[in-house]
Design a protein around this ligand. Structure first.
Ligand SMILES: [Zn+2]
Length: 128
């Protein structure tokens, strides 16, 4: 399960990250290093593909790294989405989100629930 989808442009050094399914992000240089797919698929393109270094993280990778880059999207009232990195989520919100998902979870939100529970587990292990 993918939790971070990005690419480093080896020409300009910029890291571009795609967070949503059809969000293509491109670096600023002439290589036009592009990443697309969010957490649904990984697609990379650019003028010279040898100048593209794919970066991806999966839920089973080192968790310290996963919580730094992994994220969930929080819906705001104005219909916008806010990116919350796992490590930055307030514990009270984490607990509320988990219990809400446990009772109302649409099946497509499984990924979010798995990540929130993994983060909760991590925090409980730290306290123990
Ligand atoms: Zn570039």
């Amino acid at each position: 399960m993918l939790v971070y989808n990005a690419a480093r442009c080896l020409k300009c050094g910029m890291v571009v990250e795609s967070k949503y399914r059809h969000e293509a992000k491109t670096c600023g240089c002439s290589n036009k290093t592009t990443v697309d797919g969010g957490l649904h698929y990984q697609q990379f393109s650019g003028v010279d593909i040898n100048l593209i270094q794919p970066i991806s993280l999966h839920v089973w990778d080192d968790y310290e790294t996963v919580r730094e880059y992994g994220f969930v999207l929080k819906a705001l009232k104005e219909g916008k989405l806010m990116v919350l990195r796992l490590k930055d989520i307030k514990t009270a919100w984490l607990d509320k989100a988990i219990s809400w998902l446990m009772t109302n979870m649409p099946m497509k939100r499984t990924r979010v629930l798995v990540m929130l529970i993994r983060e909760k587990q991590y925090r409980m292990e730290l306290e123990a």
